[in-house]
Design a protein around this ligand. Structure first.
Ligand code: PLP
Length: 392
């Protein structure tokens, strides 16, 4: 019997991958499955981005790159952030990452240990809690409430900070709720954090380009007073439909940058070279494909929320970002995970139960509208039929 020294029973999982596997299995058996479980755009990477990777490969870009990424891409990322948010990031703080997730892995590893508290959004991306527990730190959920449009309350978050708190994790626009935290709340948080100069911040802004109704994304990089303790997570996966390319970026305070670089050198060496050239094309090339994708997501968003609000005992607030709807199903009497599992097995609709995103997710299910409008509306109709014919 082998005994790894870390407690792997503390390491969690991402149930969305298990739901995807089960949905595919049912589809392979000939079942008609509509998948609203998956958190990736149902679009292809725009052709000019694909072309840039092919050109790089044909030009012989086959070797290692610097662990922190190729200089041209780091420059482009810094200009992009400074241009969009009026920030003053130096390219020296930018690190190119193999996807968005690795930034959270590194940041949580840097601060998590026994005796330490880490605050994270709940409902939120499941990897936050999983990684916090793996490090031995205590996960302290910051509830995101429906009545606030699933934005965090700065007062509530600040009230949870204690001398044990080392890191707080923020995510807006949010997975799984689609909630966007308004600027006024972030301003208030930034003011309150002045009292806690030793608390680091990980701001997961992977959906930064995915807001609706003309809403401007409010980045934490726009707050000069926080820059010596802010870690920014963003990337290409969602905005450019590049989840499989494994390309992301982070911005580190100067004091942490070399730790992150060494973690890269000790684990993956560098990010895929051709993917980095694709990343340059994505940020510097035409943005029309992303705009068209967001226009399509907007149409679906309105349609899915409208359809959900027409179902018995279901209500759904209008999400302001990302591509998820998070309807409240508590009045149906079903436990959220039971409902999600029965919808998949009996109605052929894949969704994710809210508790997969934390205890405050009970009473909700997550629908990703990364599917055709026709399929989304058919799925909601199936959910309605299921609810009319079944009791918990
Ligand atoms: N952060 C959030 C909130 C996400 O929803 C996701 C992916 O679903 C990620 C990070 C990870 O992104 P990536 O696929 O680039 O690792």
């Amino acid at each position: 019997m082998l005994h790894p020294i870390h407690n792997f029973s503390n390491l969690g999982d991402e149930n969305a991958f298990a739901v995807l596997a089960r949905a595919n299995q049912l589809a392979d058996q000939g079942r008609d499955i509509i998948n609203l479980g998956i958190g990736q755009p149902d679009f292809k990477t725009p052709p000019h981005i694909v072309k840039a990777a092919i050109t790089a490969l044909e030009a012989g870009e086959h070797g290692y790159t610097p662990a922190i990424g190729i200089p041209a891409l780091r420059d482009v990322v810094a200009s992009e952030i400074n241009g969009r948010y009026g920030a003053s990031i130096s390219p020296d703080q930018v690190m190119i990452m193999p996807g968005g997730k690795v930034t959270m892995y590194m940041a949580i590893s840097m601060f998590g240990t026994e005796g330490v508290d880490i605050l994270y959004p709940d409902p939120g991306f499941p990897i936050y809690r999983s990684m916090i527990e793996f490090t031995g730190a205590r996960p302290v959920p910051v509830p995101l409430r429906e009545e606030n449009g699933f934005a965090f309350s700065a007062d509530e978050l600040l009230s949870l900070i204690t001398p044990k708190t080392r890191l707080i994790i923020l995510n807006s626009p949010s997975n799984p709720t689609g909630g966007v935290t308004p600027r006024s709340e972030i301003d208030k948080l930034a003011r309150g954090l002045a009292d806690w100069p030793d608390v680091a911040i990980l701001s997961d802004e992977i959906y930064s380009r995915m807001t609706f109704d003309g809403l401007e994304h409010q980045s934490l990089t726009a707050y000069p007073d926080l820059q010596d303790r802010l870690i920014l997570l963003d990337g290409w996966s969602k905005t450019y439909a590049m989840t499989g390319w494994r390309l992301g970026y982070s911005v580190w305070p100067k004091s942490l940058f070399d730790h992150a670089r060494k973690l890269a050198v000790n684990s993956y060496s560098c990010v895929n070279s051709a993917a980095q050239f694709a990343g340059i094309a994505a940020l510097t090339g035409p943005q029309d494909a992303t705009e068209a994708m967001m226009a399509e997501f907007d149409t679906r968003r309105r349609a899915v929320v409208d359809a959900l609000n027409g179902l018995p005992n279901v209500s759904c607030v209008m999400p302001k970002g990302a591509f998820y709807a998070f309807p409240n199903i508590s009045a149906t009497g079903f436990k959220a995970k039971d409902l999600a599992s029965r919808l998949l097995e009996e109605a052929g609709v894949a969704t994710i139960g809210g508790p997969d995103f934390g205890v405050h997710g009970e009473g909700y299910i997550r629908l990703s509208y990364a599917n055709s409008l026709e399929n989304i509306l058919a799925a909601v109709e199936r959910i309605g039929d299921f609810l009319c014919q079944n009791r918990p």
